[in-house]
Design a protein around this ligand. Structure first.
Ligand code: NAD
Length: 382
């Protein structure tokens, strides 16, 4: 008996190179599904507008219909969105994460054979970063230097709390909560257990910021003890068949990831640390053009290209569609279509081995020939 299954997935092309990379990636996703399942498992794609395309058509960067649809959706994939400068609009990406409480930004980072890396052993990198996505200094609670709001906050802190702050300071708040930290670490531990990963490393700057970053570390350990007794052990304890939970201070972790990446497997960290760490790790294995990612809440997951809109190469058929394509593969893998995901990853590997690649990779693969975004997509498809 053939059981037909169709997943409804919304897509947002995005700005800049978004339409090009999505245009190159989508046929590969459909072809992989067809090849793996011969029509038994398919995706029903529906476009949603956001960013410049939405503004041109509706006068809004994030139209209500997009928000209403996503509020009821489970799966979406998006290209990069430009943050409109000087229009009083906050980052659309951050807005989507906050509106839909997409609290976990998950980025798997692994090496593709043949790419020249700035480090000696990029093949040792196989790390999945779980970055908290809604709290920390990204919560958007900040006021410009000498604004009346900053002045009120500073007056309060000086008068009521005895703090010493220069009255001309810009002010930002770094909220980090037990609940916010725990739900992120829970996801990382669940993943580690499910995927037979060795360890979960809590990365924080708790030596300096005791009640925020240090809180994250403590709440992570508390959660492991409260909910994973017998499954997760601390570093130094008997780890046979169990996941080890340990922690590292963020600055030391950057050094560790360059020198001993093989000792790390799953990383759970706060928003700002995670932003820096995941880009630095992506650079070790070939750059943002091949780095997939997803923003996940409890109901909705938005898979995304991890790079920006690359305005200097937009519209020139130069961009690498690898990031959004591999994010699509992640979507398949996480939704019962793993065979198609494997086909895509293998196809990307073969395309890299054929040494006909986009401009960002051409310089990193010796003897490579540069091809356009569309052509690279077609080579992967073939
Ligand atoms: P960027 O990622 O757009 O570009 C950084 C560098 O990487 C540039 O040299 C660019 O040409 C190159 N690059 C990026 N993606 C590439 C690809 N697929 N193929 C080949 N080369 C690629 O970062 P930026 O310049 O800091 O940001 C530009 C705009 O993108 C800003 O408006 C920013 O707000 C937005 N942005 C959006 C997201 C997102 O939607 N998730 C993420 C980052 C930046």
């Amino acid at each position: 008996e053939i059981i037909l299954s169709t997943k409804k997935v919304y897509f947002i092309e995005g700005d800049g190179i978004g339409p090009e990379v999505w245009g190159a990636a989508r046929p590969v996703i459909d072809a992989a599904l067809e090849k793996a399942y011969g029509g038994e498992k398919t995706i029903e794609w529906t476009e949603l507008l956001a960013g410049e395309k939405a503004y041109a058509e509706t006068g809004e960067y994030l139209p209500q219909v997009t928000l209403d649809t996503l509020a009821k959706a489970e799966l979406a994939i998006k290209g990069p969105l430009q943050t409109p400068v000087g229009k009083g609009i906050r980052s659309l990406n951050v807005t989507l994460r906050q509106v839909f409480d997409l609290y976990a930004c998950i980025r798997p980072i692994r090496y593709f054979e043949g790419i020249e890396s700035p480090v000696k052993r990029p093949d040792l990198v196989d790390i999945v970063v779980f970055r908290e996505n809604t709290e920390d200094v990204y919560a958007g609670i900040e006021w410009s230097s000498a604004s009346p709001e900053a002045k009120r906050v500073i007056d309060f802190l000086v008068d009521e709390m005895g703090a010493k702050i220069d009255p001309t300071a810009g002010v930002g708040i770094k909220p980090i909560t037990p609940a916010g930290s725990k739900r992120l670490v829970r996801r990382a531990i669940d993943y580690a257990i499910d995927q037979n990963r060795e360890s979960v490393t809590l990365v924080h700057k708790g030596n300096i910021m005791k009640f925020t970053e240090g809180g994250f570390r403590q709440w992570g350990y508390d959660l492991a003890e409260e909910e994973y007794a017998g499954k997760v052990v601390k570093e130094g304890e008997d780890a046979a068949g169990k996941v080890v939970i340990n922690d590292r201070i963020a600055d030391a972790m950057f050094q560790e990831l360059l020198m001993r990446p093989e000792q790390y497997s799953v990383v759970a960290t706060t928003n700002l640390n995670g932003d820096y760490l995941s880009d630095a790790l992506a650079a070790q294995v070939g750059g943002l053009g091949l780095a997939p990612g997803v923003n996940m809440g409890d109901k909705l997951a938005i898979y995304e290209a991890t790079h920006g809109t690359a305005p200097t190469i937009a519209g020139k058929d130069l961009a690498n569609p690898g990031s959004i394509l591999l994010s699509g593969a992640m979507l398949l893998e996480n939704n019962g279509m793993g065979e198609a995901a494997v086909l895509i990853k293998n196809a990307v590997e073969k395309a890299l081995a054929a040494k006909k690649v986009t401009v960002d990779l051409a310089g990193q693969i010796s003897g490579a020939e540069q091809v356009g975004c569309k052509a690279f997509g077609e080579i992967i498809l073939a």
